[in-house]
Write a new protein. Structure first.
Lengths: 414, 105
């Protein structure tokens, strides 16, 4: 019997397993491995700290999202042996594969910033919202926050859902306004990049948003460590930014087994061909979603677009044919901007985010690179689409390849 | 797409002046551009990270982050801040003929 093993039953591992079950012959077995049976709706993490979503709302069974013809194994992955085509699990169990797909996402690594895990800081005055328990702990911290300096901080790129910290800053502004204490809170967005908006078209269209909301920006901040005594983050250039509340996005890395198996780069992301998603180490291994090193955003939308390509490429690889399908880096996302509004972005490897509307038919038109109420509703409606259409692999009214229909090329003034 | 011309060499740049074609870059041009970002004298210590960035990005397709410069290239981030004050990531990308590190917006 031929076997495909998928490491990871998150957004992309689940979508892929369900699509492959329909695409592959019945006598092929598909096995998905993950450490537990909790599938998290990760876009919901953003809303937990503000009390909009409860932590329970974002969790469902992983197994229940998988096609019945898919085998689900609950175990952590310890090691991959690409020569003997074997995966060793934490329990000691071995799984053999003909084809392996790594869909194991990213891990926020607070341990990579010296001082951050100090008990005077971690989950006392410093929080992350890239884990569910972090987001839940942050909700308590925000509720009891009496004012002071709030830093919203990114450690280093790449991070999963790269606009989430910006959205957090917007929603925090909104949250404190509603509590009538915005005047007591000094919000600073701290980034290793040269600004909150790094692409000229986005900074031209959105640059005023931060100023309008009185959010400061500390750019080019390369964090060296956290000083628990001073309650400050310290940069390599000597800058010290004190905080009363630090909301940080820790360094995002791939899973440890990828590094231990020699399949990853320095951050544990799997180097793949950016169009075919095939591993550069082994022809029998593909990687997808956040786990790869492809130079586009680490986000569910990207993973969704990748799935179609990977299914076609895997079918071709099994048949011994050249890989036909070329992923173009297509990404889109809603960006919550507070006050019940959101922005919508759409871009790929070669194209900057565009203004205009998206897409022309079925679900639209939504305003690209502009704030609107409809975009906000679109973002909230996505939760249902995620569980009921995206994970089961039902067709979505969104094209996989980027289309220029309804969009205004960068530089064009409307 | 705008272009820049220095000493008779014309090269394509983006709206912020960064090279859009890495093949049009040369060390001679980097020396002239260095002056524009406040680096008076390009020493060997200045060149080493730029060379690493060009080699590394030729393989990965992206400009390395400061963390990668330290983890893979063996450079101390503090030294990079001393060599290229204020905005080392941006200045070094500019002088190496590579795109600056960006987010998705």
């Amino acid at each position: 019997m031929s076997t495909v093993v998928i490491l990871g039953a998150g957004t992309v591992g689940t979508m892929l397993a369900n699509k492959l079950r329909k695409a592959l012959p019945h006598d092929w077995s598909i096995t998905v491995v993950d450490k537990d049976d909790e599938h998290h709706y990760q876009p919901g993490y953003l809303f937990v700290p503000f009390g909009t979503y409860t932590p329970e709302r974002v969790v469902r069974s992983r197994k229940a999202q998988l096609d019945r013809g898919v085998d689900f194994v609950i175990d952590a992955v310890a090691h991959v042996d690409p020569v003997h085509q074997q995966v060793r699990l934490a329990s000691g169990r071995q799984l053999s594969y003909q084809w392996l797909i790594i869909a194991s996402g990213t891990v926020p690594r607070a341990d990579q910033t010296p001082g951050l895990l100090d008990e005077r800081v971690w989950r006392t005055s410093a929080f992350d919202f890239y884990t569910l328990d972090g987001a839940a702990a942050l909700q308590d911290a925000l509720e009891s926050f009496e004012g002071g300096r709030l830093l919203v901080h990114i450690t280093e790129m790449p991070i999963k859902c790269p606009v989430a910290p910006l959205e957090f800053a917007f929603l925090a502004d909104d949250y404190f306004r509603k509590r009538r204490m915005r005047h007591k809170v000094d919000i600073t967005y701290v980034t290793p990049l040269d600004g909150a908006f790094t692409k000229p078209v986005a900074s031209a269209a959105l640059g005023d948003l931060l100023e309008d909301k009185s959010i400061r920006v500390a750019p080019d901040f390369a964090i060296s460590h956290v000083d628990p005594e001073k309650q400050a983050i310290v940069g390599y250039d000597g800058r010290e930014l004190p905080f009363d509340l630090l909301v940080t996005v820790p360094l995002n890395m791939g899973q440890q087994f990828i590094i231990d198996s020699g399949l990853g780069d320095d951050l544990g992301f799997v180097p793949v061909d950016k169009h075919t998603l095939r591993s550069q180490i082994s022809d029998r291994i593909f990687a997808i979603g956040d786990a790869t090193n492809v130079p586009t955003s680490k986000a569910g939308a990207v993973a969704h677009f990748e799935v179609e390509h990977l299914v076609k490429n895997l079918e071709a690889a099994i048949a011994g044919e050249p890989l036909p399908s070329k992923f173009d880096g297509h990404a889109n996302c809603f960006v919550e901007s507070g006050h019940g509004k959101a922005l919508l972005l759409d871009f790929n490897y070669d194209t900057e985010p565009l203004r205009g509307t998206f897409p022309a038919s079925k679900v639209g038109p939504m305003k690209l690179l502009g704030e609107s109420r409809l975009n906000h509703i679109g973002k909230l409606a996505f939760e249902k689409i995620y569980w009921n259409m995206l994970l089961p692999g039902k067709p979505l009214p969104v094209p996989t390849e980027m289309s220029m229909a309804g969009k205004i090329p960068a530089g064009h003034r409307s | 797409m705008p272009t820049n011309t220095i000493d008779g060499h014309t090269f394509a740049v983006n709206d912020e002046g960064f090279f859009t074609n890495r093949e049009e870059w040369s060390e001679d041009l980097a020396v002239i551009l260095a002056d524009l970002v406040g680096i008076e004298q390009m020493t060997e210590a200045h060149w080493a990270p730029l060379r690493f960035m060009r080699e590394d990005s030729a393989k990965t397709g992206v400009t390395p982050t400061l963390r990668r410069m330290q983890a893979v290239g063996g450079f101390d981030v503090k030294d990079l801040f001393a060599l290229y004050p204020g905005k080392p990531a941006k200045k070094m990308a500019y002088l190496a003929g590579l795109p600056k590190p960006v987010g998705c917006v």
